[in-house]
Ligand binder design. Structure first.
Ligand code: ADP
Ligand code: GLC
Length: 482
């Protein structure tokens, strides 16, 4: 089966978050199941250097004001279809934001172009290859189902995966005609979101199936607290909505063989974590304390991630002897609060503002626990990396965090199934008591050790979810044409 993935990022080439990890990992898990995936993504500067090694499959004379090409490149075990459109994508810095920190003003053209060309490839194929179905990811690929819907030609089915409903791709109503969308689609049941045009909404309205990245988030999306205004449409499409849990790439995230660690380790050589812990203490200027856990955070610093709650609980964390290493960037006020905390709690709180892939691996390798206090979390990957690295996840009970971590309450400890700590509601008080429970468990080395070993053997790979995607692909292929 041939599947066209369409996404705005893909690890290890271009990454701002978990979407990239998923796009880079799923095709490799699907290959042994007989699914051949090509990933269409923009040729940003970070990937443009690969263009010269690729094969030009198509030239496009005018794509929203400039020339473009589709170039096929094989790299890192992935088959990429790069949309080379320098006037849209050859820009330095963050792939979504301009130098002023705001969204590029032509993002509708940039990702509208990605969707348009993907829909053409879906209908006509390219270089002798034709997809049996299209798998579009997030708002950047959300217009594909709309383009497929409005054509009179025969089209393959299209699945949309929502990785985060908070990012909807909303633009002025007028962009519809610029992007060649029929006016007839601009209705509350179609692309219209309160008078604006919504890329994600278009995807939800016109795709054959909608998936999201955990079963709990699939249920949460139907509620006003989580649906961000799309809960009505999602309710209407409920029969076609399903949650498939993310996994992780076990080759990239493997404590037994991770070049970013000072010392690799397995469940049988856990004491080697200490060398990684010492390196973190050095890099984050933290004082050693063997009696309390070293917590870490690896995250976008946003209100979604609940890290403002963590700032409120720092006196409690530090008061119990805990230490915290934070790696992240995002909202300026959260960055500033953590920098302030590092001054206030010198030696106990260390912060590095920025994005550093290797350091994120080291933090997983050397910390005792990872904090993920998200207000909502479609799936979350850092808690899965934590499980694999024996770095105990302390998570809010929401979305994929609820689905992946088994709380170490008294009954679960007795049943020997606990893999982490969950808390609810998502408040500073509940987070504080979760940190307290973590410190308590840490003081019982036998109990802690068992949780760590169990976490490390918890299945977090893609096997099960890759089969679920295959089943879904077969189901969608067998659906009657709309
Ligand atoms: P989201 O996609 O919502 O940001 P996920 O947990 O799904 O959250 O994925 C985040 C990904 O980005 C993980 O791979 C995590 O390790 C990585 N990440 C987040 N912030 C940083 C950072 N500052 N430096 C390095 N990696 C980071
Ligand atoms: C989004 C979500 C995150 C999820 C990731 C990959 O960025 O915020 O929860 O893990 O996509 O699906």
């Amino acid at each position: 089966m041939n599947v066209l993935f369409v996404a705005s990022e893909c690890a290890p080439f271009v990454k701002t978050g978990g979407l990239a990890d998923v796009i880079g990992a799923v095709p490799k898990a699907l290959a042994p199941l007989g699914v051949s995936v090509k990933i269409m993504m923009p040729a940003y500067p970070a990937v443009a250097k690969m263009l010269s090694q690729g094969t030009v499959l198509q030239k496009i004379s005018d794509l929203h004001g400039g020339e473009a090409r589709l170039v096929e490149v094989q790299a890192e075990g992935l088959d990429l279809l790069l949309l080379d459109a320098p006037h849209l994508f050859d820009r330095p810095g963050n792939i979504y934001l301009g130098p002023d920190g705001n969204d590029w003003s032509d993002n509708h053209l940039r990702f509208g172009a990605l969707s348009l060309i993907a829909s053409r490839v879906a209908i006509e194929g390219v270089g002798g290859w034709k997809p049996d179905l299209v798998h579009a990811h997030d708002w950047q690929a959300g217009l594909i189902p709309a383009y497929l819907h409005q054509t009179k030609k025969q089209t393959p089915p299209c699945i949309l995966t929502i990785h985060n409903v908070a990012f909807q791709g909303l633009f002025d109503a007028g962009v519809g005609s610029v992007l060649g969308l029929s006016d007839a689609l601009f209705t509350p049941e179609g692309t219209e979101y309160h008078g604006r045009l919504g890329f994600l909404k278009a995807g939800i309205a016109f795709s054959d199936m909608i998936t999201t990245v955990s079963p709990t988030y699939a249920r949460e999306l139907l509620l006003p607290e989580y649906g961000m205004g799309l809960q009505g449409l999602l309710q209407a499409r409920k029969a076609n909505l399903t949650g498939i849990l993310n996994g992780i790439d076990l080759d990239v995230w493997n404590p037994a063989n991770d070049p970013a660690l000072v010392e690799s380790y397995t469940a049988a050589t856990l004491s080697k974590k200490a060398a990684n812990r010492a390196e973190i203490e050095k890099r984050f200027a933290l004082s050693p304390n063997p009696d309390a856990p070293l917590f870490c955070v690896i995250s976008r610093l946003t209100t979604q991630k609940g890290l403002d709650l963590l700032i409120e609980t720092l006196p409690g964390l530090v008061g119990r002897g805990g230490r915290l290493a934070v790696l992240g960037s995002g909202e300026k006020w959260i960055e500033a609060s953590f920098i302030g905390a590092a001054h206030q709690f010198r030696g106990s709180v260390g912060v590095i503002i920025g994005y550093d892939e290797a350091l994120s691996h080291l933090l997983q390798g050397g910390s005792d626990a990872i904090l993920v206090p998200s207000r909502f979390e479609p799936c979350g990957l850092t808690q899965l990396y934590g499980l694999r690295y024996g770095t105990i996840p302390v998570v809010a009970r929401t979305g994929g965090l609820a689905d992946t971590i088994i709380d170490a309450n008294a009954a679960a400890l007795e049943a020997e199934c606990a893999t982490g700590i969950q808390f609810a509601p998502v408040t500073a008080a509940a987070l504080d008591s979760a940190i307290d429970r973590t410190c308590d468990l840490f003081k019982q080395p036998d109990v802690w050790d068992k949780i760590v070993r169990r976490a490390m053997s918890h299945p977090v790979g893609w096997d099960r979810s890759a089969s679920a995607y295959l089943d879904l692909y077969k189901h969608v292929e067998s659906m009657p044409e709309k």
